[in-house]
Each structure stands twice: as C-alpha cells, then as structure tokens.
Design a protein around this ligand. Sequence first.
Ligand code: FAD
Length: 187
Amino acid sequence: MESSAFICECVEKKLGIETPSGRVGIWLDSPLIDLIHGTGYINRQFPAMHRQFYRYGIDIIKQPMLVYPTLHYQNGGIEINDRCETNIPGLYVAGEASGGLHGRNRLMGNSVLDYNVFGKRAGQYAVDYVKSVKLKSLSLEHINAYEKELKEAKIETDRISPMLLPLYTPEVVKNRQLTAHYEGTLR
Ligand SMILES: Cc1cc2nc3c(=O)[nH]c(=O)nc-3n(C[C@H](O)[C@H](O)[C@H](O)COP(=O)(O)OP(=O)(O)OC[C@H]3O[C@@H](n4cnc5c(N)ncnc54)[C@H](O)[C@@H]3O)c2cc1C
C-alpha cells in the first residue's frame, strides 16, 4: 500500500521531487523516527542504512531520505533441478535467476539462504561437469550456428553473439553526461 501511494504521488499526481537523473521520489521523514523513539534509535536499528547514506553526505537522522519503490525480488526464472542444472548442458543457475524454489512468494530473508545453499551446490556440480568436458579446438562455429538460427527464425538484429541475460543498465545510466554529473557530485 505504501509503494502504491508513493507511485500515485509521483506518477499520477506528479508531485514527486525530481532528482538530478530526472527520476522522481518522495521524502521519507527519517528524522521523525528518532523524535518518536528517542535519540539513538536510528543508529541502533538501521546502522547500515545510516552509514550508506552518510557516505554520500546525507545524515538520515537530521535529513529526510528521497525514496522510490524498487524491485525487491524477481520471483521466477530459469528452471533448475536439485543439482542446479538447467536443460542446457553445462549451464548451472542459482539464486534469483532460478525459479520455483520459493513457490508463489519468497519469505523475508530467504534469498540469502537460497543463494548460499544453491550457489555452493551450483559451484560444486559445475566443477564435476567441467572435469568431464573434453575440450575441442577453438572455433567461432557457435557464432555461425547462432546466425543460422536467426536467419531461419527471420530475426534481424545487430547483436553479434548469443546472449543469455539481457543488459539491465537503464538508458539514464548509459548517459555519460549524467554519469559524469554523479561522479562530480557524489565523490
Ligand atoms: C533493497 C533490497 C533489499 C533486500 N533485502 C534482503 C534481505 O534482507 N534478505 C534477503 O534474503 N534478501 C534480500 N534481498 C534480495 C536479495 O538481495 C537478492 O535476491 C539477492 O541478492 C540475489 O542474489 P543473486 O546472486 O541471485 O543475484 P544478484 O545479486 O542480482 O547477482 C547477479 C549478478 O549478475 C550480474 N549480471 C547481470 N547481468 C549480467 C550479464 N549480462 N553478464 C554478467 N553479469 C551480469 C549483476 O551485475 C550481478 O552482480 C533484497 C533485495 C533488495 C533489492
């Protein structure tokens, strides 16, 4: 409900506060937390968050934080078995990229458990797999096969090789001018 209210304020009512990147957020009244619960509460309960903001010159005990809802967890991904194998031989997956482990909703804190347990398993089984691989001589045959598949599927793209994961970097981050702006203001 809170996220929905934030989005409504920023997107529908257009009352959000604009950041240097052009994104908008709302002020979270963090100084109120110590006022209600007593001096030292923020430092005791949220020490990491306090440090995180302080690094950028923002003291959340004295100043509000500019916030906006973000994706917390991607529930669902590549199907794996208990050895973290996928249906592509040699491709092992663990953590948020895998799907099904948490059912329809992940319980609070279970992601750390997930990637510790399955990250270890994926690593161990990948090592076993690698030992059984017989290396062929180096070639670019996979690029030819990829191009052939694209042609057959009538897909036109300027991508030169297969890509399992898309690039997540938003346009705003790719913009070098903006990156320079951040480097100048935040360091
Ligand atoms: C604000 C926030 C708070 C959270 N708090 C908790 C919590 O308290 N407890 C909990 O259990 N979970 C929490 N989570 C969830 C948890 O942090 C994540 O689910 C977990 O970090 C996912 O780990 P991962 O290794 O699967 O993926 P990631 O940590 O996302 O790692 C994926 C990596 O792949 C890299 N990558 C992406 N694309 C490519 C590419 N094309 N080529 C090469 N590399 C690539 C990325 O840069 C990244 O380093 C939180 C998440 C958020 C956003």
